[in-house]
Design a protein around this ligand. Structure first.
Ligand code: AMP
Ligand code: MG
Length: 434
């Protein structure tokens, strides 16, 4: 197997001391691939799961040519010339076609059938005239000029054709896809198994809920935000608690996590002061790169593969490591920017969609240094029909309140310098991301 560190260092413009956000995301995405393993699940349990095999349509949808409107099924050839100056056409009303109850006979020359939305188009009718424009006079129906061939009809197989893929493998199933699968009469689908993620927090200062804080301690919140983000993504979570900043404890935790997880997420311990002994540990347990990413917040991050037994003919599989910074906001930002797309790819999502950003007018000036990407937390609002954004108050990477108040990230791109009040910035909506 090619070494990960080798692959990384061969990539052009690879600089672990100052890695561009987009480059880091791409390097990660290029290395990870979907975890193996599929399962069959009933349709309702497939919501938010990733389809592992194409759903092939067993039928045409719609199954028959049918009416898109309530009106009159007619033969286009019967109608007077279709321009507005031509006269009206009188047709004989011979019956009714209801949805789910076809009209058995054909429509002969000079005849028309009353038809409801969704009803099968009777034989030889090729066009529907909406009821609002037709006039009924006894058993005659008067059709005005100006109709078009085929109007107000839906063709068999127009939505989906029998034998063709209706939904491709790799799709994360949303309500629309669940509905389409139901429309085919299919009650069970094959999905990728969930990605197993082990997580733990590192830090001697961390205290767990239920224990009073000693001086200098903080409650471990990262494990809870990570749990929330991973749950939203549909991962199976192995929560390993808090691990002390102690080489033996950390080594044991990494070994245990790599036994069963596809990915390991840690927080803390990758900043400059702490990285040295972790680096030595990582060199023993796998191949991990320590990155300084050109971003704020979230500069230090470790990424690689933990594979403790690879060297001595062991199981050979490994777990991807995402060593996130310790600061609570940095954890969330790096998770959304790097871990989320990687987990989507591991989960079988194909292609992994880029997360969209859209422009908004920033109502406050913001400082920004060139040469790094910044993710400020913002609040969107509308003013005179225009989308505007203002930063939440304090933007420190430890201020989790800034995430709670925000509904978007204000993305200040790598090359950008200060933002003036009224300038346009790009925002990423948290809705759909979180
Ligand atoms: P570190 O990256 O380990 O140096 O941590 C940076 C900062 O984040 C420190 O102020 C830590 O106390 C804080 N921190 C680290 N881990 C956690 C955690 N799990 N929950 C809350 N804060 C944390
Ligand atoms: Mg620490």
């Amino acid at each position: 197997m090619t070494s990960i560190l080798q692959t990384l260092s061969c990539a052009d413009d690879y600089d672990p001391e100052s890695l561009h956000v987009d480059r880091a995301r791409q390097l990660i995405l290029d290395l990870v691939s979907p975890v193996g393993g599929h399962e069959r699940v009933p349709l309702r349990q497939a919501l938010d799961r990733v389809l592992a095999a194409d759903v092939i349509s067993p039928i045409d949808v719609p199954a028959h040519d049918n009416s898109a409107m309530d009106g009159w099924a007619v033969r286009f050839a019967d109608l007077a010339a279709s321009d507005e100056t031509a006269g009206e056409t009188r047709l004989k009303h011979i019956g009714t076609a209801l949805a789910g109850k076809a009209f058995a006979a054909r429509v002969g020359p000079g005849e028309t059938v009353r038809i409801m939305t969704g009803a099968i188009l009777p034989q030889d009718a090729d066009c529907v005239v909406i009821q609002e424009v037709a006039r009924v006079e006894g058993d005659a129906v008067v059709i005005p000029p100006g109709q078009r061939r085929g109007q107000n009809t839906r063709r068999a197989g127009e939505d989906l054709q029998a034998g063709r893929p209706a939904i491709a493998a790799g799709k994360k199933l949303r309500p629309a896809e669940i509905g389409i699968i139901a429309s085919l009469g299919i009650g069970e689908v094959t999905v990728h198994r969930r990605v197993r993620v082990a997580l733990f927090s590192t830090g001697d200062e961390l205290c767990s809920i239920g224990t009073p804080l000693a001086p200098g301690e903080v409650y471990d919140s990262n494990r809870y935000t990570l749990w929330g983000m991973l749950t939203r993504l549909g991962c199976d979570i192995i929560d390993m608690g808090v691990v002390k900043d102690n080489p033996a404890a950390l080594e044991a935790a990494f070994r245990q996590a790599a036994e069963s997880a596809d990915a390991i997420i840690t927080s803390g311990g990758v900043s400059v002061g702490e990285a040295d002994f972790i680096k030595q540990l990582m060199a023993r347990l796998g191949e991990v790169a320590f990155w300084k990413i050109a971003m704020k917040p979230g500069r230090p991050m470790a990424f690689g593969l933990i594979q403790p037994e690879a060297g001595d003919g062991g199981k050979g599989r490994g777990a991807w490591l995402f060593g996130l910074p310790g600061n609570p906001v940095a954890v969330m930002v790096t998770f959304y920017q790097f871990v989320r797309p990687a987990l989507l790819k591991l989960a079988g999502v194909d292609p992994v969609p880029p997360f969209p950003a859209f422009p908004a007018r920033c109502t406050e000036a913001m400082k920004k240094s060139r040469g790094r990407t910044e993710f400020q937390r913002g609040i969107l609002f509308q003013e005179n029909g225009e989308w505007c954004v203002r930063p939440t108050g304090a933007q420190g990477s430890g201020v989790l309140r800034s995430m709670a108040e925000a509904d978007c990230f204000i993305v200040l791109e790598h090359e950008r310098e200060r933002v003036g009040a009224g300038d346009t910035v790009n925002v990423q909506l948290m809705n759909g991301l979180v």
